[in-house]
Write a protein that binds this ligand. Structure first.
Ligand SMILES: Cc1ncc(COP(=O)(O)O)c(C=O)c1O
Length: 348
């Protein structure tokens, strides 16, 4: 019987345990000595795997945090006097304590709005059409960053990505994808990794694995040689050249093997769908449930009752009666079912 604080947890996929196969991969990599700073067999293997997976050349940096991946991506694509356009809720705008500004030596983040956590495409086009009118007084847009899945748990469709690609090409900008939950998005899109990234105009991808079963393992994947200059020095200057990188890379190698990453994401997404389908009419959803997160508005008394029954979740900042439920690779279906029962059996 797991301890009470380990179950019925819908707070965050960051709180989920490590997948046992990935843990085993760390153990297997722990055989004797191995070259340091990324010149180990696992780091090389992971790069090869990424090139096969994405069917393209790419430069790959294993990293330990998503903030580092996003911030190095910004430093590679946006000069200090440039601007980064993203959704106002984007992690790099709200939750990285100025790291992208710091790593770029002062680039300006320009937040845009948009429904369901997605950049409003008309607003983006309008903003760019009117950029430059203030001459050298203005930071010129250099990078568009979008989050896939978004901070609202939604997924940009391939059509939406195509529209953003057309805009980025029109203005010659870099396009970055914060893929902290890329596996969940891909599982929803049901397309190839190539179609969801470089074929959709993505130049730089923050490829997350930590939320989906790894332990401190992320990667920055760059598809466009225009944005790889001094990439290794930038990583070092950022303090992210990991001496024992083999233990990060060994996780990433195992993560991709036998579709482990996609299977884990599919499980997480299926639990969110189960919750959504079985509670229809009982909860008010704030956003479409596209992947592994559900944002819902509930009576305050029900929220309190769920807390008393031991369910863990976040009350969403800015609201009293909105909760975020995150389903992960480790969510037990019995926990999801208990939550569904608690919600559906509630009488006002
Ligand atoms: C959308 C998104 N991007 C990036 C991150 C990466 O964050 P960290 O630096 O904590 O690994 C997170 C973590 O919650 C996230 O939700």
């Amino acid at each position: 019987m797991p301890p009470i604080n380990k179950i019925m947890n819908f707070r965050s996929d960051n709180e989920a345990p490590i997948n046992l196969q990935i843990l085993e991969a760390i153990n297997e990599a722990n055989q004797g000595f191995e070259e340091s700073y990324g010149y180990d067999q696992y780091s090389e293997q992971f790069t090869t795997q990424c090139q096969q997976l994405f069917q393209a050349w790419c430069e790959v940096l294993p990293l330990t945090t998503g903030t580092a991946a996003n911030s190095i991506a910004m430093a590679l694509s946006c000069p200090p006097y440039g601007a980064i356009l993203c959704h106002e809720d984007a992690h790099l705008n709200r939750d990285e304590c100025g790291a992208p500004e710091f790593y770029t030596a002062g680039a300006k983040i320009i937040p845009l709005s948009g429904k369901h956590g997605k950049i409003d495409i008309n607003q983006l086009a309008n903003f760019l059409a009117n950029s430059g009118v203030h001459g050298e007084h203005e930071s010129m847009p250099a990078t568009i960053s979008l989050t896939q899945c978004t901070e609202s748990g939604t997924v940009y469709s391939l059509e939406e990505l195509k529209a953003i690609k057309a805009i980025k090409e029109q203005y010659g900008l870099a396009l970055h994808m914060d893929g902290a939950r890329f596996a969940n998005a891909l599982s929803t899109l049901q397309c190839s990794p190539a179609a969801a990234t470089w074929q959709a105009g993505i130049d730089l991808l923050s490829f997350g694995a930590t939320k989906n079963g790894a332990m401190m393992a992320e990667a920055l994947i760059v598809f466009n040689t225009k944005y790889t200059q001094q990439i290794k020095r930038l990583r070092k200057r950022a303090g992210h050249l990991i001496s024992k990188m083999r233990f990060v890379s060994a996780q990433l190698v195992r993560y991709l093997e036998n579709d482990l990453w996609l299977n884990m994401a599919a499980h997480a997404n299926s639990q969110a769908q189960l919750f959504k389908n079985k509670t229809q009419g009982k909860v008010k959803l704030l956003y479409p449930v596209d992947a592994n997160e559900v944002f819902c508005q509930l009576p305050m008394a029900l929220i309190e009752s769920l807390q008393q029954q031991g369910f863990k979740f976040h009350i969403w900042p800015g609201y009293n009666d909105v909760i975020r439920l995150v389903f992960s690779h480790a969510t037990q279906q019995s926990d999801t079912e208990q939550l569904i029962n608690a919600v559906t059996q509630y009488e006002q």
